[in-house]
Design a protein around this ligand. Structure first.
Ligand code: 5AD
Ligand code: SF4
Length: 440
């Protein structure tokens, strides 16, 4: 009987893509997936450590999953991802049930690590630096849930040093994946029926800068768009400082690039932005947004914001609200500042009390709710293109190019097709519509 694995993923899209790769690796060595951790021979937690909350979630899950060993003493528990990279042995000491530990640096070593653990050793492989052979990971297939939309990791790590962020410590310096390797994967995905390619990285806009002969990210967008069968392209996450005019031009010029962009601004006050070491001002950010809105028709913007960064005053916070009012994002992901061990911001004077963070967060959410209901109106009675991704309760569901979920009545044979719908009902998070025509 083949062995079974269960994988639980926390954190960002990069981590979800890493889990898809881990699933691919495990399949190649004969493991089968299960949705029930209690029947697994191998449980993997792919962890996140961006804020304190995800750290706590991992520990509480470990507390539960360790019961597996009562039933199946040979079962193995593995911790992967960013918390593993940040906390390493400290975490193993806290949770001795961990048998295997690795990070995004060395996913390709998982088969060896499993062998070591089965032989009774603790297989803790947390490296200071990414190993020379880390590109081996691209040789493994990915196991996806979504047949039509696929993530493709194009750059790992981050060279920015935002003072609040652990990512440079957990994912290392920037390493761009080669153009050939990316295009190879895109071709394979399209052959497999994928129509939407979502390029991923902590900082995709920096792709290609570290090559001996640098290639601009905009060039990659053109190359991906030339692969026959690629109908849609998205990319996350970009840094405002690297969002150069050529990228905006490429977004406007390439028909497959969706008119949606996630562009974190983090804070509206120039003083806070400087303390965060973001490398831009509020004015610079607003100028980039103005340019995007001018060039890319009906672009839908989303962003990340941190509330209550050390020393943030009421006046600073009002600049954050002002950016929300001016830009009118379709979606805002807001977070209370969470001090991360080893980051400069954790040591800064003037930490903001939790009550103040909570109160500011509430005001931010209220404002954003109002903006979202206003924005929802702009979809009413419009025609939208939707890539049909699934059937649920006898309705078809897919996303618009602006990344909004839309549902309508239609036949299952439309799965995987791009269709036009007329919007009959629009709410802040989703649309309802009627089928007008099938595009392709
Ligand atoms: N505290 C709160 N939010 C954070 N983020 C990153 N680090 C922290 C932190 N220490 C947020 C940023 C980032 C998103 C992924 O998480 O807004 O864009
Ligand atoms: Fe979490 Fe950041 Fe790691 Fe993604 S890169 S899993 S958000 S810590």
């Amino acid at each position: 009987m083949s062995k079974k694995f269960y994988i639980k993923t926390f954190g960002c899209q990069m981590n979800f893509n890493d889990s898809e790769r881990i699933r691919g690796i495990l399949k190649t060595i004969g493991y089968e997936p299960t949705d029930n951790w209690q029947e697994a021979d191998l449980i993997i937690l792919n962890t996140c450590t961006i804020r304190e909350k995800p750290d706590q979630k991992v520990l509480s899950h470990l507390g539960e999953y360790k019961k597996i060993k009562e039933k199946n003493p040979n079962a193995l528990i593995a911790v992967a991802g960013c918390l593993a990279q940040r906390a390493g042995w400290e975490l193993v000491n806290k949770a001795p049930v961990i048998d295997i530990m690795f990070s995004s640096f060395n996913m390709h070593q998982l088969p060896e690590l499993i062998n070591q653990a089965q032989a009774g050793y603790k297989a803790i492989a947390i490296l200071e630096e990414p190993p020379e052979d880390e590109d081996k990971v691209w040789e493994y297939p990915v196991e996806r849930d979504n047949p039509y939309c696929a993530y493709v990791t194009i750059i790992k790590g981050c060279d920015k040093n935002c003072t609040y962020c652990v990512v440079p410590r957990t994912r290392g310096r920037e390493r761009s994946r080669s153009l050939e390797s990316i295009l190879d994967e895109v071709k394979r995905l399209v052959d497999d029926g994928v129509r939407e390619i979502h390029l991923l990285g902590q900082n995709v806009t920096a792709w290609g800068k570290d090559f001996e002969k640098p290639i601009p990210f905009s060039e990659l967008l053109y190359e991906v768009s030339k692969v026959p069968g690629v109908e849609r392209i998205r990319f996350t996450t970009g840094h405002p400082r690297d969002l150069t005019d050529d990228i905006i031009e490429a977004m406007a010029d390439i028909p497959q690039v969706c008119n949606a962009l996630h562009l974190p601004f983090q804070a509206g006050s120039d003083r806070i932005l400087a303390l965060m070491d973001r490398g831009y001002t509020k004015e610079f950010y607003l100028e980039r947004i103005a340019k995007l809105k001018e060039k890319v028709k009906d672009i839908a913007l989303s962003t990340d914001v941190i509330v209550g960064f050390p020393t943030e005053t009421e006046e600073d916070f009002e600049h954050t609200l002002d950016v929300l009012e001016k830009v009118k994002f379709e979606q805002v992901f807001s977070f209370k500042f969470s001090p991360r061990p080893g980051t400069p911001a954790a040591e800064m004077d003037g930490q903001v009390p939790d009550e103040v963070k909570t109160e500011r967060m509430r005001r931010l959410l209220d404002l954003q709710k109002k903006i979202m209901s206003e924005l929802a109106k702009r979809y009413e009675r419009t025609i939208q293109e939707v890539l049909v991704e699934e059937e649920k309760n006898r309705e078809l569901i897919g996303r618009t190019t602006t990344n909004k979920w839309a549902s309508f009545k239609g036949d299952k044979s439309l799965l995987g097709k791009i269709v036009r719908i007329k919007v009959t009902k629009s709410s802040p998070f989703s649309l309802e519509g009627e089928l007008v025509e099938v595009v392709k």
